[in-house]
Ligand binder design. Structure first.
Ligand SMILES: *Cc1c(COP(=O)(O)O)cnc(C)c1O
Length: 422
């Protein structure tokens, strides 16, 4: 099946007379007839759900669907995007290890890496994703276990050169993990360019309607965990009677370990109801991503023409945009719905523009069906001085605009009337 068909059908195959829409198994537990079978479940010898912290029939379907959409061998849903990134990395690194991350990533991930990981003994070096290979290479150390980046990152709307960075990671014998939240598998499938693991905040486009927090980890199955750097994947796990993940699960070693070790112990599970809501969003993902992208392209072009009120616009379809060529390569079918632009006159004028908007909502969120805006200088980055903002790539007048699926004329009209009043 092609992508839109997979979004509707993957993962769920109703039996004769079965529910045609995905049922919600609102049950924490599952009943078995024999102690022997339950023993085999616990030894990971027999398939089946036994406790919803580890797996659930509703959640299983949505995991299989996302794995299929990304072209991976397995997926694990989590309670949020932050939980996905945390589990995905703790599945590989432990105290004393080091990883390299591009610096243009989600703010919450920056905090996770630079504050919380530091406390548990994991060291992260941030690099400029656009720096030459030799420069990025300098960040690698003997104890480096991972390279991390984001397909499309705020506020520059920077597009990641996935293939180049995957090669760099592999030359160093480490996996390349990509946060594919903003692109979604409808626009970019990082495994096709050599990424090894994908993480998502499903709270954004995958759900798409801003109703359910969630996250997902997807395994390509392609990374060789037996290369000597990752003994925890190869050597016997004492908590599973000496089972070896690569020995017993082959290509699915990473995602099985994430579930049976990380999710078992950390427990940031997605609920069956959450998985059901996420699935509703997934069913229409390609339709929505097409509309988000078309709207954003038109809105970006309009904003770029309003040089009277606007300093600059970041969106990769604009001629001369720094990421134009990379976006053509990695996002040929649409560049997603998020635009960043800066209003002339700094904090005060940007705030005035937002306060004059009528249909477009002011929310601390992006990537859902409703067009929305956020002004970092007065919200998420409000404690920073103008100088500190600029150092972080954020001008005081910067606005992040997430184009929804409304008629583009209405989005443009709202922006026009608000700009005219500033
Ligand atoms: C929102 C977001 C996250 C965090 O996800 P939550 O579901 O809010 O925990 C991670 N990465 C990116 C790119 C995001 O936009």
């Amino acid at each position: 099946m092609k992508l839109a068909s997979k979004c509707v059908h993957s993962g769920y195959h109703p039996e004769n007379g079965g529910a045609n829409a995905l049922p919600i198994y609102q049950s924490t537990t599952f009943r078995y007839n024999s102690t022997e079978y339950v023993g085999d479940l616990f030894d990971l010898k027999a398939p089946g759900d036994f406790y919803t912290r580890l797996s659930n029939p509703t959640t299983d379907v949505v995991e299989d669907k996302i794995a299929d959409l990304e072209g991976g061998v397995g997926a694990l849903l989590t309670s949020s995007g932050q939980a996905a990134t945390t589990l995905a990395i703790l599945n590989i690194l432990h105290a004393g290890d080091h990883m390299v991350s591009t610096s243009t990533i989600y703010g919450g991930t920056v905090n996770l890496f630079s504050v919380t990981f530091k406390k548990i003994g994991i060291d992260v070096t941030f690099v400029d994703a656009d720096a030459p290979d030799e420069e990025i290479q300098k960040a690698f150390r003997p104890n480096t276990k991972l390279l991390f980046g984001e397909t499309i990152a705020n506020p520059a709307i920077a597009v990641l050169d996935i293939e180049r960075l995957a090669n760099l990671a592999h030359r160093n014998g480490v996996p390349f993990m990509v946060d594919n939240t903003f692109a979604t598998p409808a626009l970019c499938r990082p495994f096709e360019f050599g990424a090894d693991i994908v993480v998502h905040s499903t709270s954004k486009y995958l759900d798409g309607h801003a109703v359910q927090l969630g996250g997902c980890i997807v395994d390509s199955g392609n990374f060789d965990w037996t290369n000597g750097k990752f003994p925890e994947f190869v050597e016997p796990d004492a908590s599973y009677h000496g089972l070896s993940y690569t020995g017993n699960f082959g290509k699915q070693a990473y995602i099985v370990k994430a579930r049976v070790q990380m999710m078992r112990d950390l427990g940031s599970t997605m609920t069956p109801m959450g998985a059901f809501l996420l699935n509703l969003g997934l069913e229409t993902l390609p339709l929505r991503m097409k509309k988000h992208s078309e709207n954003a392209e038109k809105v970006a072009a309009y904003l770029a023409g309003r040089t009277d009120k606007i300093e600059f616009v970041n969106y990769p379809t604009l001629p001369g945009d720094k990421y134009h060529d990379l976006a053509e390569k990695y996002l040929p079918e649409g560049k997603s719905g998020v635009i960043a632009f800066s209003v002339r006159g700094g904090r005060e004028k940007a705030a005035a523009f937002i306060d004059h908007l009528k249909m477009i909502s002011l929310v601390v969120h992006v990537a859902d069906i409703r067009t929305c805006v956020l002004h970092p200088a007065s919200s998420t980055h409000r404690q920073l001085t103008d100088e500190q903002l600029v150092a972080g790539g954020i001008t005081p007048g910067l606005i992040r605009l997430s184009c929804g699926v409304e008629d583009v004329e209405d989005i443009l009209e709202d922006i026009r009337q608000a700009l005219d009043k500033v």
